[in-house]
Design a binder for this molecule. Structure first.
Ligand SMILES: [Zn+2]
Ligand SMILES: [Zn+2]
Length: 283
């Protein structure tokens, strides 16, 4: 185990954690199941150029500034214990953890201005860790030439739900397969209104459609089986997909799609009433 002290030239700690190592660390269940740690990290990640101070973020989000330092220390400690390559020694000679995720840029008005390390930022980005619309990621993956175009019937197969709160971070292949099957099931038509016009996909000339998880994946923990199944995936034209996420009157749409899928979801072991589903969409 190597002891690393502050570099007197750069005023920072040269820790050399690679992007892949950060990816492994971020996928650890003790981080994935820790909403406080993820929430603090996400807020830092969303700051311009990943630069902030605990004080500025505390003010922005109405939180105690110590929340950010505490969560950052915890993340640093987990990373050091996982990597087992070095210890960071602070100015007081004691082991410290704040420099693991952060680079100190300056001290202004008594507040330390910190930046997330670029390797950590890259790991967050490549894992889609804070992607709020998983559908967007899946739809990008759907644009591939290996798509089977024959028809598909729901199998009502119950899949074990993923153990991590952010599912399958490194691998979207199962989601993509479920989404492909949902497209085949919908026979390449918008399921809100089959007459909605679309356009041919560049990749194979089939109608361009997007897939959307009717019960959003972020609520996966509330169900006993996986909700990342074709029975829970509806196919929508671009306009309808954006409308269900961002439209003013999306309630009617959700109501319609819920009544369309209610029975199929039930057979697939997924029960949800309309009022709960609307709550998931914050309606
Ligand atoms: Zn969507
Ligand atoms: Zn449509």
């Amino acid at each position: 185990m190597m002891d690393i002290c502050r570099n007197s030239l750069t005023h920072n700690y040269d820790i050399h954690i690679s992007v892949d190592e950060w990816k492994d660390i971020l996928c650890l269940s003790e981080i994935q199941n820790d909403n406080n740690m993820l929430s603090a990290l996400e807020k830092w990640y969303l700051a311009p150029n990943y630069i902030a101070s605990c004080k500025s973020l505390g003010k922005q989000y109405g939180l105690d500034f110590r929340f950010f330092s505490v969560q950052n220390m915890r993340l640093g400690k987990i990373a050091v214990n996982h990597i087992k390559r070095f210890r960071l020694i602070g100015e007081n000679g004691k082991e410290t953890y704040w420099p693991v995720a952060w680079i100190e840029l300056a001290k202004e008005n008594g507040a330390y201005i910190m930046q997330l390390r670029p390797e950590l930022v890259e790991a967050i980005r490549s894992l889609n860790l804070f992607e709020t619309d998983v559908d967007a990621v899946i739809n990008k993956h759907l644009q591939n030439p290996d798509m089977k175009h024959e028809t598909f019937d729901f199998s009502y197969e119950k899949h074990e739900k993923p153990t991590l709160s952010v599912r399958n971070l490194k691998d979207f292949s199962r989601s993509v397969e479920a989404a492909q099957n949902a497209l085949r099931h919908a026979e390449w038509k918008c399921e809100f209104n089959a007459s909605h016009e679309t356009f041919p996909r560049r990749i194979d000339g089939f109608p361009y459609l997007e897939t959307h998880h009717l019960i959003p994946l972020k609520y996966a923990n509330k169900f006993n089986v996986s909700i990342d199944v074709p029975e829970n995936i509806v196919c929508l034209c671009s306009t309808c997909h954006n409308r269900i996420h961002y439209g003013q009157n999306n309630k009617e749409m959700i109501k319609f799609l819920w009544s369309l899928r209610k029975k199929d979801l039930h057979i697939a072991g997924i029960d949800i009433d309309l009022s709960e589903l609307l709550r998931f969409y914050l309606i």
